[in-house]
Design a protein around this ligand. Structure first.
Ligand code: CS2
Length: 494
């Protein structure tokens, strides 16, 4: 292809005017946010909001310093370094059109394994007001069964033994906060952007437990100087595929090594507790509320749980992407009934929210055929997702003696999913930190179904609930002996 323009600051002038480019002076940006975990979601969501604030309101005090702590972050570090932090966001509408925006809000990037002290110094810098996190559901290192911080994690052990050369987010933040305290710096806000109920509380709990052991004399300072607002974050952001990179080349002659694709919908609902202030995000549609819990519940139990249902069931059927499952009438009916019958009664009152409209929008979003959201992305790390997305609803339904047919079918299907082969005899990889345990339990469950529910860190005391256990045994028997479509159709007409 001729005349390709590599994406970087110097080439911005040469990039097509059909692409939205930063019109603000990136040299004048102040970095006040350190973000840990610069995945596609951060780049379609928080970095997008910061960009909009800069672009449309000239607010330049919300620059982001990206930080990668995991070995796999080296790739994004290299790309953003080559591209001066710039990347293209491809917002794909339901009608197949898309808007391309070059996002300019990430102005620095540090790769922890290469330079740990640079990360610590950056977080300790006086300009920093917020540390935001997308470290995944499992990243908070809390045992689902006991709710306790997992000190047996070897990386945590190593951070306790070598505090100056940390490896985990907890070790890094602790060292940086210690510096802030010693230097008399102001406190800051730790803002979780992960899909966890009360994500701020969870972040606080995990970090505080770690600090109590690592630096007990820092606990009081953190108590007084660090806030942890809860938030609900939302924007479906699939894995970038080679075709996306090619589309940018063909349509706009842009050579972007790692663009991000996302849907038009985006939402961010946050509790307004920022000890050292925050950017004026309300100008770009961020909702500030007193209590984010109802919004979180709604999103985790409908969207994320809906994703898990479609992902797990779709994987067994042999589908590859969420839109394929969501546009299959049997699966979409199952999903709709799951939301109406089994989730909605658990949501409590949602003042001012039009729940029916929200659910309808969700179905439309899942059906967006231009967002090729891979089932493999959705099924990734299910052991950390299922307890948050599905088991909370299950527990509530059990408490109220209510319908659990669909949830139970999905859990049984997840057990079968861990056999690693779909109905067409195609194998797939199970990507999960608990992979070995899951595969073993699924294997045992062929003879003894309850073996799967005995994974204590996932199911906890649910294994003692007769109503659920009986329903699970019967559902597992069905999914092992019939096609998943037949199982769904049976429930759909019941
Ligand atoms: C997905 C989420 O990881 C998952 O299973 O449900 O990544 C989802 O796409 C986002 O939370 C959307 O906001």
């Amino acid at each position: 292809m001729e005349n390709l323009i590599g994406l970087n600051q110097e080439n911005m002038g040469a990039i097509s005017s059909r692409v939205e480019k930063p019109t603000y002076n990136r040299d004048s940006i102040t970095t006040s946010i350190v973000h840990i975990g610069v995945g596609n979601f951060h780049r379609s969501h928080q970095a997008f909001y910061a960009h909009e604030l800069m672009q449309n309101h000239g607010v330049l005090d919300c620059g982001i310093c990206g930080v990668g702590l995991m070995d796999f972050d080296q790739k994004i570090y290299k790309v953003l370094k080559d591209q001066d932090g710039l990347y293209t966001l491809m917002i794909k509408e339901l009608d197949g059109t898309f808007t391309a925006k070059v996002i300019g809000s990430i102005v620095e990037f540090i790769f922890g394994p290469e330079n740990p002290s640079a990360v610590i110094e950056k977080i300790a810098h006086p300009d920093i007001k917020i540390i935001s996190l997308t470290i995944t559901e499992g990243g908070y290192n809390l045992n689902e069964g006991t709710g306790k911080f997992d000190f047996s994690n070897p990386l945590i052990q190593q951070d306790l033994e070598n505090p100056e050369a940390p490896k985990t987010v907890f070790g890094y933040i602790t060292q940086a906060l210690k510096l802030r305290k010693t230097r008399g710096e102001h406190g800051l806000t730790i803002q979780s952007c992960d899909n966890i109920q009360e994500n701020g509380e969870v972040a606080k709990k995990a970090l505080t437990e770690f600090i109590k052991k690592a630096e007990p004399e820092l606990v009081d300072w953190v108590q007084e100087n660090v806030s942890f607002p809860n938030a609900m974050v939302d924007r479906i952001t699939p894995v970038t595929v080679a075709e996306d990179i090619e589309t940018l080349k063909e349509k706009f002659q842009i050579e972007d090594k790692w663009p991000v694709v996302c849907e038009p919908f985006n939402q961010w609902v946050v509790e307004d507790h920022f000890v050292s202030g925050r950017p004026a995000w309300e100008k770009v549609g961020v909702q500030f509320v007193e209590n984010v819990l109802p919004y979180e519940n709604m999103k985790l139990r409908l969207l994320n749980a809906g994703h898990s249902c479609l992902g797990i069931l779709g994987a067994l059927h042999g589908y590859n992407t969420i839109d394929q499952v969501a546009t299959d009438k049997d699966f979409s009916k199952f999903l709709k009934d799951f939301m109406d019958v089994e989730v909605t009664p658990t949501l409590g009152s949602l003042d001012g929210m039009d729940l029916d409209a929200y659910k309808q929008t969700l179905l439309d979003r899942f059906q967006n055929v231009y967002i090729k959201d891979l089932i493999s992305r959705i099924c990734l790390e299910s052991s950390a997702k299922i307890p948050i997305f599905l088991l909370s609803t299950l527990r509530d339904q059990l408490k109220g003696n209510q319908n659990i047919d669909r949830i139970t079918l999905v859990i049984a299907a997840w057990c079968k999913y861990n056999d690693g082969v779909d109905e067409n005899n195609n194998t797939y990889e199970i990507k999960d930190v608990m992979k070995d345990t899951l595969i073993k339990a699924a294997e045992l469950s062929h003879k003894n179904p309850i073996a799967f529910l005995e994974i204590n860190s996932i199911f906890g005391d649910l294994v003692n609930n007769d109503v659920f256990v009986n329903a699970f045994v019967s559902a597992l028997n069905k999914v092992r002996n019939k096609s998943i479509k037949d199982c769904i159709q049976e429930i759909n007409i019941s």
